[in-house]
Design a binder for this molecule. Structure first.
Ligand code: S3P
Length: 268
């Protein structure tokens, strides 16, 4: 029994060293972020992760635990991304824009890249009501749905450092925009009416477009909302003809530039 305890103690010593090494590593990760931010180097460099993995493989040589150790390192790198995102974005990121602008797809990708939490506003409402968006519109009407949206935003004041994919009409109420600005930055995603139609045409979960699935209707409604979208947005990103990766990198770069400007203005 005594021998077993001794082995356990050795393991605890290893854990202690691992914790110290990881904490050190995280500090250096933060240093990299500060450096990249100051010098203007892209924050996410997936090719760097690949290089690191190759270096690790070399280091491991013919270590019998290569597979297990590499597996642990994938988590270390994932959490490095989390640390980076935390030091970059200490607020919520609200994605706004017309239906089909790409909010959900881009929120998913940002969640993966930044290891931030993600909230889908429509999903939050559907879950809470136990009804689909179409059912809510059919049974209670649009005004009721808009009130649910406003309540959801108030509830979201509790979440921190999350990516929130908003319903396309949420910005029409001034109070909603104010809620978003309290603890977040607002990112407007844009797409052409024809692109939007292509993306939404097979969905029957958008009651606003039911019986109006055509470019002219989309263009008109977009025109009506345009002023609000633009007034609320902190930054704007066009999605047409761009890869998902490029859109995400552009959002990250523009948010950092926006924050730097804000910081500069606060000092002056
Ligand atoms: C709406 C957009 C939808 C959903 C509801 C109303 C709108 O969300 O909230 O159908 O008024 O633009 P998505 O933009 O995510 O499709």
């Amino acid at each position: 029994m005594e021998e077993l305890e001794q082995i356990r103690e050795k393991i605890a010593e290893c854990d202690h060293r691992i914790i110290e090494a990881l904490a050190d590593r995280m500090v250096h990760v933060q240093e990299i972020i500060s450096y990249k931010k100051a010098v203007g180097i892209p924050i996410l460099q997936p090719e760097q992760e690949e290089k690191q993995t190759n270096v690790l493989k070399d280091m491991l040589g013919d270590n019998p635990f290569e597979e297990e150790i590499l597996d642990i390192f994938t988590y270390i790198m994932k959490n490095s991304r989390r640390v980076q995102a935390k030091s970059l974005f200490d607020y919520n990121i609200f994605l706004i824009g017309f239906m089909g602008a790409g909010k959900t797809t881009i929120a998913n990708e940002l969640e993966r890249k930044l290891e931030m939490h993600r909230v889908e506003m429509d999903e939050m409402i559907v879950k809470k009501q136990g009804m689909s968006i179409s059912e809510i519109f059919d049974e209670y009407g649009e005004l009721y749905f808009r009130n649910l949206e406003s309540n959801a935003l108030i509830e979201l004041q509790k979440v921190k450092q999350s990516i929130v994919s908003c319903g396309g009409g949420v910005i029409m109420r001034k109070d909603n925009a104010e809620q978003m600005k309290k603890n977040g930055r607002v990112v407007l995603l844009k797409a052409d009416p024809a692109t939007i139609l292509e993306r939404v045409k097979d969905s029957d979960e958008r009651p606003i477009l039911n019986n109006h699935m055509n470019v002219d209707y989309i263009r008109n409604l977009l025109e009506k909302r345009k002023e609000r979208y633009e007034a609320v947005a902190d930054i704007t990103v066009e999605t047409d003809g761009k890869s998902l990766d490029d859109v995400c990198d552009e959002i990250i770069a523009k948010l950092i530039a926006f924050d730097n400007e804000k910081e500069k203005a606060a000092i002056e």
